[in-house]
Design a protein around this ligand. Structure first.
Ligand code: F6R
Length: 364
């Protein structure tokens, strides 16, 4: 039931601090702040690469996780959308690990990719929200997200829970590979445990975001920009907006702007910039200047420090708490979800049941 919420999507966005905490709890050993995974009959330390496959929002969670697996564990990740993976016949190493991410556990393309990998000698790990699903049943290593039932067609809380599991998995793999020591693992876990409070702090800006929906609702096209692990968040923001508000939106890596999409910029195309302060911030500020010089209107999503430096002259700003870079993708998911949600409400679309979409895509 929706309780006091207008839509399931809204309710599910607000559940994130609770369900992310719940999910983390089942992957973290409270006593010593270390990652605890379900037992498997597979030597994770022997992994030399990961094949990662998913669709839609789950694919974007995988894109974020690629950064984590590669930076913490130094394990290279090949990532594909399931519908492409199956037909490009990628070479698979004997005894490799294939990782699948899915809310429903029933997405036809992802399931077919899973079966293909299984038939080709891969160990199958799945991050899945529905514990009774086909993917859960067929996995060697089942990594459940504990988001609870997700009813809104647009995925929200499943995404942040997937990120929580994937971050824990990356830390665990890094330990197994001897890339980080116990103290570093505990440090990662400590930052992960800060996520629920930071998600709450992000949700506190709901009213501000609702108040700016009218600035985006009339747009025909919207661009989202991000760098590093926030690039997949830009893709996710664009997907959320297009699927529930029917506004054409695209996500780009900030640095790719000048290679084409900058031609689209004028005063009618809002540009949503996701940029926590940190080492990549200056680069993004120069991308913002390129947009501004062409009359583009910017909505900057950043923390206090970032907004103080680059917030002036923006169409609007959304303030996020200052967070450790590890959890920024979880926290920055909130404003992109809320922005899509409030723009869709302003346009009067059917938020929970957008046209042409199904919650679980069981056809290929
Ligand atoms: C977007 C959305 C879809 C799903 C995709 C994969 O909001 O919900 O893009 O993420 O259809 O679904 P699962 O995760 O169930 O495999």
């Amino acid at each position: 039931e929706k309780g006091n919420y207008r839509h399931f999507m809204q309710k599910e966005i607000f559940e994130q601090p609770t369900v992310v905490a719940q999910t983390l709890q089942s992957y973290i050993h409270q006593a010593d702040n270390r990652v605890a995974l379900p037992q498997i009959d597979f030597d994770l330390s022997a992994i030399s690469r990961i094949t990662l496959v998913a669709c839609g929002t789950s694919f974007y969670a995988g894109m974020v996780a690629k950064y984590w697996f590669e930076t913490f564990a130094r394990v290279p990740v090949d990532i594909d959308v399931a519908s492409e993976f199956r037909y490009r016949e990628p070479p698979l190493e004997d005894g490799g690990l294939a990782l699948f991410i899915s809310q429903s556990g029933e997405t036809a393309d992802t399931l077919a990719a899973l079966r293909h990998c299984k038939a080709n000698g891969q160990t199958i790990a799945v991050v899945v929200n529905v514990p009774t699903s086909s993917m859960a049943r067929e996995a060697d290593l089942l990594l459940p997200t504990h988001a609870g039932p997700e009813i809104g067609v647009a995925s929200t809380k499943a995404f942040t829970c997937q990120l929580a599991v994937l971050a824990a998995l990356a830390a665990h793999l890094a330990v197994k590979k001897g890339r980080i020591d116990r103290a570093e693992e505990q440090e990662i876990v400590r930052h992960l445990l800060e996520a629920p409070a930071c998600l709450n702090a992000a949700l506190d800006h709901d009213d501000d975001i609702a108040g700016m929906a009218h600035l985006i609702a009339p747009a025909r096209d919207v661009l989202y920009l991000g760098r590093g692990p926030d690039y997949p968040l830009a893709l996710e923001g664009a997907l959320k907006l297009k699927e529930i508000s029917y506004i054409h939106a695209e996500g780009y890596a900030s640095g790719e702007m000048k290679h084409g999409p900058i031609a689209l910029i004028d005063e009618a195309v809002p540009v949503i910039v996701l940029a926590p302060s940190g080492p990549l911030f200056e680069k993004t500020v120069s991308n913002m200047q390129e947009v501004r010089a062409r009359g583009g209107k910017i909505v900057l999503i950043s923390d206090e420090e970032g907004l103080a430096e680059a917030g002036e002259g923006c169409l609007a700003t959304i303030q996020m708490p200052r967070v450790h870079p590890l959890i920024a993708p979880l926290v920055y998911a909130v404003p992109v979800q809320l922005l899509a949600y409030h723009v869709a409400c302003a346009k009067g679309t059917d938020v929970d049941q957008p046209r042409n979409l199904a919650k679980s895509v069981t056809v290929e």
